[in-house]
Design a protein. Sequence first.
Length: 91
Amino acid sequence: MSWSEAEYSEYLRDERRRYAWVMRRHGDLTPTEARAAALDRYPYESSDAPYRGLIFHDEAWHWAMLAIHGDRYTVEYPELAGPSAEYMALE
């Protein structure tokens, strides 16, 4: 995907925010812990990095659920297989 630095930075910020929200809401992390987890999951990638932004191919919801419940979360917690209405309402 080709995007400007501003577009990439905005998308990165939004995905970090969504990931942190899920980690607080479903992972019982404190706000500080959730922000740190989001920064770890979504590090800044320079514009010349190969595969920059590849992590964006799945929702922050998915990555957070994997971190919280593991690879089988969709089987063991089918109600969490897709993003919640609350998550989808995040702007």
